[in-house]
Design a protein around this ligand. Structure first.
Ligand SMILES: C[S@@+](CC[C@H](N)C(=O)[O-])C[C@H]1O[C@@H](n2cnc3c(N)ncnc32)[C@H](O)[C@@H]1O
Length: 400
């Protein structure tokens, strides 16, 4: 029987429950959510599979030690007692990161140095040499989490963060992380037989993650992982796992993505081309959201993250008065052109429903990095616009 390993998958806060479901589908055992991530267990193959297939996790970490501590010397001892030589020798470089909540230490930096000393001393005693420490591009990473009593040491299996799928090169301002974009699709319950539209698509993250999901392409299919450098790595199993069948769905997805910025659309097209997916799956268009054509289908999901006050202005609307008029006009576009659709918007501006003059049916707290956001869901009930002036009565020129 393959040994059972203990794992932790950090994720953007707000995606924990969706990640629990994803890991259960992959066959993980003892799956348990905690703020900011999910604990689970499984064998080495499950650990590789979680790295390859998770669309929501930021990393996959293996818990290798846990103990109570009262001082930095206890941290040194815990690191020194951990059998690092099982996983790595001294030929690979190393980075250690420490995070703490209420930790009784002089500083997290000093705690990190004592953990590093314990680890390095252990490997030097075993191999006669010490591994090099590398902050920028380490071969392997160790994470330590400290609370008031306990220290947990994790060995990182992912290497670069899992949101880096390998298709993004052309960035625009404020792109969403790929795992957060996939999380928005999961929280909105999108399935590839539903029409999808992102009218503030930027570099195309939501549309591209949706197309990859529809194609059944593993998010990690095009990248390398930290576990490939571990002594316990089984290349034959990994090759089998990677060449496993894709779970493509029989439907061809209908995905629409637009942005007011030419440069963003050009970047999104280039990013999409790198995925190697069929060209017609996503229709990219340069368009101001207020000048969108009629909805491309009677129902569907409009999922987007509009410009955030703190980060981006609304393009084309220079004055404050114009910017203020933008949101009610957008609310009218939703009501009149998207009756029958679900609209889901990720924003850090908690006033967005009032600005749109729409009542959300759900508000899901989520974090985009350190930025606290909400995913607001609006059900644009078909027929609700009937009592309002229809589209033809709003002259284009009247939009701000
Ligand atoms: C927060 S970014 C979206 C980032 C995108 N989700 C990504 O992952 O790259 C907001 C986008 O809204 C676009 N935008 C701003 N004003 C707009 C307008 N009036 N109509 C359409 N797009 C607009 C910006 O060009 C920007 O790309």
């Amino acid at each position: 029987m393959a040994p059972v390993l203990q794992f932790f998958a950090p994720c953007p806060r707000g995606l924990e429950d969706a990640l629990v479901q994803e890991l259960q589908t992959l066959g993980a055992g003892q799956v348990r959510a905690t703020p900011g991530g999910v604990h689970f267990e499984g064998d080495f193959v499950l650990g590789m599979s979680a790295n390859l297939h998770s669309r929501l996790a930021s990393r996959i970490l293996q818990r290798v030690a846990q103990g109570s501590y009262r001082s930095e010397e206890d941290l040194y001892r815990l690191a020194h007692e951990t059998p690092w030589e099982q996983w790595h020798d001294v030929t690979t470089s190393l980075r250690i990161d420490v995070t703490g909540v209420g930790a009784p230490v002089r500083s997290l930096q000093f705690a990190m140095l004592r953990i590093k000393d314990g680890l390095v001393d252990r490997l030097r005693e075993r191999f006669g040499e010490r591994p090099s420490i590398e902050r920028q591009r380490p071969d392997r990473r160790v994470f330590a989490f400290l609370d008031a009593q306990q220290c947990i040491l994790y060995l990182d299996w992912s290497g670069e963060s899992l949101f880096k799928r390998g298709w993004r090169r052309d960035g625009v301002d404020a792109p969403l992380k790929e795992n957060l974009a996939s999380g928005l699709l999961a929280l909105s319950g999108w399935t590839p037989d539903q029409v999808l539209l992102d009218p503030f698509c930027g570099s195309g993250t939501i549309a591209i993650e949706a197309a990859l999901l529809a194609a059944g392409v593993a998010p990690g299919a095009r990248r390398r992982f930290g576990f490939e450098r571990m002594k316990t790595f089984d290349r034959a199993r990994w090759d089998r796992l990677r060449s496993g069948p894709t779970r493509a769905l029989p439907t061809t997805p209908s995905i629409f993505a637009s942005d007011v910025s030419e440069a963003a659309i050009a970047a999104a097209r280039t990013n999409y081309a790198r995925t190697g997916l069929p060209e017609g799956w996503v229709q990219w268009r340069q368009r101001d959201v207020l000048h969108l054509d009629a909805a491309p289908a009677p129902s569907g999901l409009l999922l987007s993250n509009p410009p955030y006050g703190e980060r981006l202005e609304i393009k084309g609307r220079q004055s404050l008065a114009q910017a203020d008029a933008f949101w009610p006009a957008l609310g009218s576009v939703f009501k009149q052109r998207f009756a029958g659709w679900t609209v889901a918007l990720l924003t850090s501006d908690l006033e967005v429903p009032q600005r749109l003059r729409l009542k959300p049916s759900r508000r899901t707290p989520l974090f985009n990095g350190a930025l606290e956001c909400r995913l607001f869901r609006f059900d644009m009930v078909a027929g609700s616009a009937r009592s309002r002036p229809n589209l033809q009565t709003i002259p284009r020129d009247s939009v701000p």
